[in-house]
Design a protein around this ligand. Structure first.
Ligand SMILES: Cc1cc2nc3c(=O)[nH]c(=O)nc-3n(C[C@H](O)[C@H](O)[C@H](O)COP(=O)(O)OP(=O)(O)OC[C@H]3O[C@@H](n4cnc5c(N)ncnc54)[C@H](O)[C@@H]3O)c2cc1C
Length: 321
């Protein structure tokens, strides 16, 4: 069982940003436990739990973007197997992963009555014939790299289908909230790291007799970002707790991801501010945190899509798109 609260305690609380592959593994484990066949569970769960196997998550496509309903990767049914064609982009850690959790259409968008129908999830080994990776030059200092993944007539046995064909949208609901909660924990961890560095420096550095942290021009923003990070952390825990109880966590997961990413960006920017010119030096090694914090506003789901969700599903406002 994946307990999101335990995951947050283990990682986010320590100021350790989560790796993308850890987040993907969490999503994969949740999907497998809930919807996987016995054979899939036996094959994937023990090595994932032991950390001997890695799984990456592949939903984003160059043309569909945030509109996942419009994804075009197509798994065509062919007897007792599927043939997968299409392209994914920005897939983190695809070179290290043993398998991809791929979201594909089993019925093209134009042929479904409801856009939520016809999506399916597959576990595709990265070494399958017809799977090609192309490294992307994403400029973030992070151990995992991103890849475009091409599927060219990839033969996928029926046993690789997760749950029922065409029910992928429902399964995505189960795993996208944990992704948002993990994203929030990542941002809180990163923000805490930046804040800790800022405070340490603000205590030591003196330019006008007193430590610079005594000046309220710096002290108040540091205090404010501390409050923002702790509020985001609490919301992430609330979302994790709701998820662990099997309750609806959509609103809280989205709000936690929003608040945590914004707080992390502010913390990184503030850490730069506190360090003055030194913040730009390689020796200080601080500016490298900023791109990762900024990424968390955009991925795994963008700030705007989160605000759309809150506007529509929490506040009951009309959908604008
Ligand atoms: C480093 C990195 C790692 C990633 N890892 C993975 C991964 O492992 N697996 C994976 O599948 N994907 C991954 N992604 C993809 C990531 O989830 C997407 O980039 C993100 O969800 C945004 O989608 P997009 O890039 O297609 O932007 P688009 O959908 O093209 O959006 C562009 C801009 O328009 C805004 N926008 C779009 N529609 C609306 C709307 N209706 N209302 C308001 N604003 C709107 C967006 O908010 C955004 O600001 C990764 C991306 C990066 C950069």
């Amino acid at each position: 069982m994946v307990e999101m609260t335990a995951l947050l305690e283990a990682m986010g609380e320590q100021g350790i940003p989560l790796l993308f592959l850890v987040v993907s593994a969490v999503m994969g484990v949740i999907a497998l436990r809930k919807h996987g066949s016995e054979a899939q569970k036996q094959r994937y769960l023990p090595p994932l739990a032991r950390g001997e196997s890695k799984l990456c998550f592949a939903i984003t496509e160059p043309t569909a973007g945030s509109n996942s309903f419009r994804l075009t990767a197509l798994a065509r049914r062919d007897g007792d197997r599927y043939v997968l064609n299409g392209q994914k982009v920005f897939i983190s850690g695809a070179n290290e992963a043993d398998a991809l959790l791929v979201v594909a259409r089993t019925t093209p968008y134009g042929e479904v009555r409801d856009k939520r129908q016809g999506l399916s999830l597959f576990l595709v080994p990265t070494k399958s014939a017809g799977v090609t990776l192309q490294a992307l030059d994403v400029q973030i200092l992070h151990p995992e790299k991103q890849f475009s993944v091409f599927f060219d007539e990839v033969v996928v046995p029926r046993e690789a289908l997760l749950g029922e064909e065409g029910q992928g949208f429902r399964y995505l609901f189960d795993i996208l909230n944990p992704e948002r909660i993990s994203g929030a924990a990542t941002a809180v961890g990163l923000g805490r790291l930046a804040l800790e560095r800022a405070v340490r420096y603000a205590r030591q550095r003196r330019v006008f007799d007193v430590p610079i942290g005594a000046h309220q021009g710096l002290q108040h923003p540091l205090a404010k970002v501390k409050a923002q990070l702790e509020m985001a952390s609490l919301m992430a825990y609330k979302a994790a707790w709701l998820f662990d109880q099997g309750l609806s966590a959509g609103a809280e997961a989205n709000m936690a991801k929003f608040a945590a990413a914004e707080a992390a960006i502010e913390a990184c920017d503030l850490a730069m501010e506190v360090h003055g010119g030194s913040g730009f030096t390689a020796e200080c090694d601080l500016i490298t945190l900023w791109p990762y914090a900024r990424l968390l506003r955009t991925a795994p789901v963008s700030r705007e899509m989160i605000l759309n969700y809150i506007g529509e599903h929490v506040l009951g406002l009309p959908r604008s798109y």
